[in-house]
Design a protein around this ligand. Structure first.
Ligand code: AMP
Ligand code: GLY
Length: 424
């Protein structure tokens, strides 16, 4: 069997490592992949994640049996539609279903129509109307650009003035380009956040083990928002009672709503949840595996990932085994100092061979046969253990065996979850 995985970050590295456990797979191509995953996949650096035409040509020429499209951009652009059109089965939603992430307005309207709990909201296409609304809106408030904005299109405004500035920047100055020509202004919610990735074939939904992201750049959740500085799984706030409510009030209603709207969702649907005093609510949907959530969820998966992915595509998920270890996992992202703003790159990365199997590589390049830093989030160091405490300690221990100049990482990944464990 020949598989291709579209994407080139730590998430894709984790997917590839897990797929490799299936011995029927002869080869996995990574388009473009990255230099740090050369031992796990055949890299195709000349085909980028958004080069859909080239992906289709490559898949046809190589006789690819199954494609996994991991990042949001190609999904929103219709990579799955294009690959399906030439007869290649895929893991991932088509473009109409991917709107659940690529359009915040689509997602919010879907939730309103089907009574799925989320923050109250208004949609605006004209800046003066948005500004007039803000004159009397409850503060704090949350401003979201409608389209994809590299995870940066969400502004939590603690004052009316900040809210007005955000609207002006998005709608008038177009800081997020066309993504900001339509915006959502929504109610500010409070409570712990939980990420739940799920497998779905459009009818059945199977939640994976829950996780917790750490989005801010610095310890104690200070600093700017990033793509994610570390994760742990499972998330202590996702109790059995919360899980049951989520299934009945959010997961199943969402899958049924997508089917009713004529765009059944297949692949990984990511529920970004907030556990408010009023129950769990949806903060956002993603149409894909999260990064770095995948790096803590897939190491705990005890069933065959390839079999599950096929089942999401051919509608047999209800009969497919999806089991997770009753253990914990922690991932610490090692970033370039200065990320998510300015940072230098090109520094050599050294890693002890014993830790390499636990490292998922993202922002790197090959320079004269050596691995060098080439991005903000460079790699994720993980550990799995019986307890969360042990997983955190081992992950940080392994971090000590990875070296590059200007390395920066948070020192408190998982501490909030440990405190929550102790309180319960
Ligand atoms: P997103 O890019 O949609 O994941 O949003 C980034 C972060 O903003 C989320 O992880 C939340 O921490 C926060 N956020 C988004 N929407 C709200 C909301 N309605 N109330 C409070 N915080 C929010
Ligand atoms: N870690 C959040 C995301 O993948 O969107």
């Amino acid at each position: 069997m020949k598989i291709m995985v579209v994407g080139g970050g730590g998430r894709e590295h984790a997917i590839i490592r897990k797929l490799k456990e299936n011995k029927e797979i002869e080869v996995i191509y990574a388009l473009p992949g990255n230099a740090g995953m050369a031992e796990d996949a055949v890299l195709v650096p000349e085909i980028g994640a958004k080069d859909i035409e080239k992906q289709v040509k490559f898949a046809t020429e190589k006789g690819i049996d199954f494609a996994v499209v991991a990042p949001d951009d190609p999904l929103a652009m219709g990579a799955v539609d294009a690959l399906n059109a030439v007869g290649i089965p895929c893991f991932g939603p088509n473009a109409t279903a991917a709107r659940i992430e690529s359009s915040k307005v689509f997602a919010k309207d879907l939730m309103k129509k089907y009574g799925i709990p989320t923050a109250k909201y208004e949609v605006f296409t004209e800046s003066d109307k948005a500004l007039a609304y803000l004159e009397n809106a409850p503060i704090p408030t949350v401003i979201k650009a409608d389209g994809l904005a590299l995870g940066k299109g969400v502004i939590i405004a603690m004052t009316r003035e900040d809210a007005m500035t955000a609207v002006k920047e998005m709608m008038q100055d177009k800081v997020f380009g066309e993504s900001g020509s339509r915006i959502v202004i929504e109610e500010f919610l409070e409570g712990p956040e939980v990420s739940v990735l799920s497998f779905t074939d459009g009818k059945t939904v199977v939640p994976m083990i829950s996780s917790m992201d750490h989005k801010r750049a610095h310890d104690n959740d200070e600093g700017l928002n990033t793509g994610g500085m570390g994760t742990i799984a499972p998330n202590p706030y996702y109790t059995d009672a919360v899980a049951e409510r989520c299934m009945n009030e959010i997961f199943l209603p969402t899958i049924r709503a997508m089917e009713k709207e004529g765009c059944p969702f297949k692949g990984c649907l990511y529920f970004g949840l907030m556990i408010t005093g009023d129950g769990p609510k949806v903060i956002e949907y993603n149409c894909r595996f999260g990064d770095p959530e995948t790096q803590v969820v897939l190491p705990l998966l005890r069933s065959d990932l390839y079999t599950i992915m096929r089942a999401t595509e051919n509608g047999t998920l209800a009969e497919t085994k999806v089991e997770f270890a009753k253990e914990s996992c922690c991932c610490v992202i090692m970033a370039s100092k200065g990320y998510p703003e300015k940072y230098e790159k090109g520094f050599a990365i050294e890693m002890e061979p014993a830790v390499a199997p636990y490292v998922y590589v993202a922002g790197v390049a090959n320079k004269d046969g050596k691995l060098v830093t080439n991005g903000g989030r460079v790699l994720g160091v993980t550990a799995t253990a019986k307890t969360l405490e042990e997983a955190i300690a081992t992950a940080y221990d392994r971090v000590k065996s990875v070296h590059f100049e200007n390395a920066y990482y948070r020192s408190d990944i998982g501490q909030k979850a440990l405190r929550a464990n102790k309180e319960s």
